[in-house]
Ligand binder design. Structure first.
Ligand code: NIG
Ligand code: FE
Length: 410
């Protein structure tokens, strides 16, 4: 089955050297003014000017004419928590009235309230809730999403979450990359170290044996987990073959960026409070920063991560939503791009690279997605626009008309 998609004006291919982009290359977005794509099955067979694609059309080819609309590679969300029970809309209202995230957590809300609802939910209920939210991701142009556990905080519920993520991925709609968020908060009745022991002794071996995760993650922050506990668990995860991601320096600068570097993590995420020494450590160890401005907005804070300093230091910056029911209830990468442009001095082109090829690279997927090139997955987004800079410009406006995942149009 072949499909030719023409009338892509412009077609942003982002074609180029494989892997992540840094420095001046971060702002390079290759494009074809009037382009087209030829899809065979789930894959791009050809990418080129309209005339080149039209020359490949045979009687068995379905032709879709987009009528002159912007096309980008499918957006890749490299940090998200899309599986959970319940919601936290009451906390949102409390925060609007001036309560802080930490005050709410100390009063029994926050992550632990979602843990309660996630433990109570059946697998079926978790799948159902996630389906609804994953369709929001698709309608905002996301074609691959990282999915963390971390709202179970016990053996059974963490495995339940990871099995739900595997089931959602196997449906073949939006693609999910599973992460075992081993240390998200200290469960009631446990200490940091008793919980970390349980993780390493009981849960991690099952996660690895059943192939339930590709990455492990932890929340390094005063009041959550300290450096020793994080290193104990993430070292074990690494030894067991998982890649590492780390929630680092979100609310306080605790040297977490340096720890991510020392652990050889693939990514260090958040980094709102990271300074020059942390940035230098990430650069030395080639850790990708995953910046999450949606959570800064969601928490009503004003201190965004220093993306410019990271780009100047040669880091392969990624932008992601941090979609979760507490600090960042948005699925919209275009909205995240808008925040990055307005508050983090990124250009629209840099923001697009950070949500496509760089994000794909941070998930070990830049070989088959993140740009539009022959042999890669037919994952792309059609916008009601003709200039890529419009994507962050019309903030809060969903310009996505169609999202194509593996050659299927949504
Ligand atoms: O990435 N920082 C820790 N975890 C999430 C928040 C999760 C929640 O509040 O439920 C985050 O912001
Ligand atoms: Fe997070």
């Amino acid at each position: 089955m072949k499909t030719a998609v023409i009338g892509c004006r412009p077609l942003m291919t982002l074609a180029g050297a494989p892997g992540a982009r840094r420095g001046a290359d971060l702002g390079r977005v290759e494009s074809i003014q009037d382009g087209g794509l030829l899809i065979e099955g789930q894959v791009l067979a050809a990418v080129g000017a309209r005339a080149e694609i039209e020359a490949l059309i045979d009687p068995g080819t379905e032709v879709v004419d987009l009528g002159g609309r912007l096309v980008l590679p499918g957006l890749v969300d490299a940090h998200a928590h899309p599986v959970f029970g319940g919601e936290r809309v009451a906390e949102f209202v409390q925060r609007c009235q001036g309560c802080s995230y930490s005050e709410i957590a100390a009063a029994g809300g926050g992550i632990l309230s979602t843990v309660q609802r996630t433990r109570e939910a059946t697998e079926e209920e978790l799948v159902e809730g996630a389906h609804r939210r994953l369709s929001w991701f698709i309608s905002h142009g996301t074609t691959t999403v990282e999915a963390k556990s971390g709202y179970g905080l016990d053996h059974e519920t963490e495995l339940k979450m990871l099995r739900v993520i595997r089931r959602l991925a196997s449906e073949g709609r939006i693609d999910l990359v599973p992460t075992y968020l081993a240390l998200h908060a200290v469960p009631a009745g446990q200490t940091q170290s008793s919980y970390a022991e349980e993780v390493v002794r009981e849960t991690l071996p099952v996660v690895v044996r059943e192939g339930l995760a590709q990455y492990a993650d932890a929340f390094l922050e005063p009041g959550y987990f300290d450096a020793d506990t994080v290193e104990f668990v993430l070292d074990a995860a690494k030894a067991a073959g998982l890649g590492l991601r780390l929630h680092a320096d979100q609310l306080t600068c605790s040297g977490a960026a340096q720890i991510a570097a020392r652990l050889g993590a693939t990514t260090a995420d958040h980094l709102e409070q990271t300074g020059a020494a942390g940035i230098a450590a990430l650069a030395d160890a080639d850790v990708q920063p995953v910046l999450l401005p949606g959570s800064v907005l969601g928490l009503g804070l004003s201190h965004y991560p220093d993306a410019r300093a990271m780009i100047d230091a040669g880091l392969a910056v990624v932008l992601a939503t941090d979609f979760n029911p507490g600090s960042s209830p948005t699925v919209s990468l275009p909205m995240v791009m808008a925040l990055a442009c307005r508050y983090m001095a990124m250009t629209p082109e840099e923001a697009i690279v950070a949500c496509t090829i760089n994000a794909a690279h941070s998930l070990g997927r830049s070989h088959d997605r993140g740009s539009l090139e022959p042999g890669k997955r037919a994952d792309f987004v059609v916008f009601d626009a003709n200039d890529p800079r419009e994507v962050p410009y019309w903030f809060g406006t969903n310009l996505v008309r169609e999202t194509w995942i593996g050659g299927v149009r949504y």
